[in-house]
Ligand binder design. Structure first.
Ligand code: BV8
Ligand code: ZN
Length: 263
């Protein structure tokens, strides 16, 4: 994609001082991390992610749900940030007031150069006790230097809490659970004060996260969307860049700052 859309989006980015970059699963698709909409693989094909990602599912079958998250965590360990993640880091390097807000539970923004994204839905790398919330250490797969562990594909008993002995759970926000208030407050504050919101790779169907771009639009900030397909956000966007994040974001950085290294 070249042409007017990219030029216009580049102009908006070059003019911004306090942009927000809001990301969803599509941001990590080109790193090989399946999106929520993508079909599940292996054993997990039989399960609807929205059913597995609930407190009820964990209560009913902790080993099934823990196994699913360990399979996803191993998948992320084998993944690498893509040029899209690095372009987001390049934007933040150029505009230090940039706030990156993600719905993703992978750690690819951090590995791609964004040290502290606002995490609305938690992380695969922050397990805690399901009873006393005591932080738990990650199962010692292998030392970081070694090759990532073989893909895990099946139920796995969660470790017991070192404090109270209850099952450890993944540090993610499940459906029906409240978002961490500090993260949600930081996201709403950033969206309320931004002068551009870039929404990347989200279907904007999960709430309250999906309201963040609306907050920015309601307060007059231009919204630019990167997604290969239309979403409910199309109508509020000044520009829709129809393509994959790994290609569109580096192109956008080059359009905004022709001299820039897009990361
Ligand atoms: C709550 C962590 C109450 C776990 C996740 C209002 C209206 C309707 C429903 C609700 C509402 N308010 C609340 C609800 C219920 C529910 C909800 O939103 N349901 C929806 C599904 C209808 N929300 C909740 O339950 C929330 N909690 O409301 O609690 C409460 C309040 C106070 C006190 C007590 C309780 C909690 C929601 C969080 C759930 N956890 N993740 C885990 O990961 O396992 S959500 C999870 O799904 C992800 O984090 C993400 O947010 C979402 C998936 O969405 P996307 O990231 O957008 O990904 P998706 O696959 O959908 O789309 C990918 C997109 O990328 C596509 O558009 C595709 O075209 C595009 N794409 C593909 N490839 C590329 C690409 N784009 C660019 N480049 C590419 N290469
Ligand atoms: Zn405990």
């Amino acid at each position: 994609m070249t042409g007017p859309e990219l030029a216009e989006a580049g102009r908006l980015l070059a003019a911004a001082r306090r942009p927000v970059v809001f990301t969803g699963a599509g941001m990590s698709a080109e790193s090989g991390v399946p999106t929520f909409r993508d079909a599940q693989t292996g054993l997990w094909q039989r399960y609807d992610p929205q059913e597995l990602a609930t407190p009820a599912a964990f209560r009913a079958d902790p080993a099934l749900v823990w196994g699913w998250y360990e399979a996803r965590r191993h998948g992320v360990l084998r993944a690498r940030p893509n040029p899209g993640h690095r372009a987001v880091a390049a934007i933040q390097a150029r505009l230090p007031e940039t706030v990156v807000i993600t719905q993703n539970v992978d750690d690819l923004h951090e590995r791609g150069g964004v040290p502290a994204p606002v995490r609305l839905h938690g992380s695969l790398f922050a397990p805690r006790c399901s009873a006393c919330a005591r932080p738990a250490s990650l199962p010692s797969d292998l030392p970081p230097s070694a090759d990532p562990p073989e893909p895990h594909d099946g139920p796995l008993d969660p470790p017991a809490c070192g404090g109270c002995g209850a099952p450890v759970r993944p540090g993610v926000v499940w459906f029906g659970e409240a978002l961490p208030s500090a993260a949600l407050d930081a996201a709403v504050e950033a969206a309320s004060g931004c002068d551009l919101l870039l929404t990347v790779g989200t279907s904007a169907l999960v709430h309250p996260a999906a309201e963040i771009p609306l907050v920015a639009a309601r307060l007059g900030a231009p919204v630019v969307q990167v997604n290969p397909v239309p979403t409910p956000l199309d109508a509020i966007c000044a520009v829709n860049l129809r393509g994959p994040a790994g290609e569109m974001l580096p192109a956008l950085v080059r359009a905004a700052w022709p001299d820039a290294d897009a990361g």
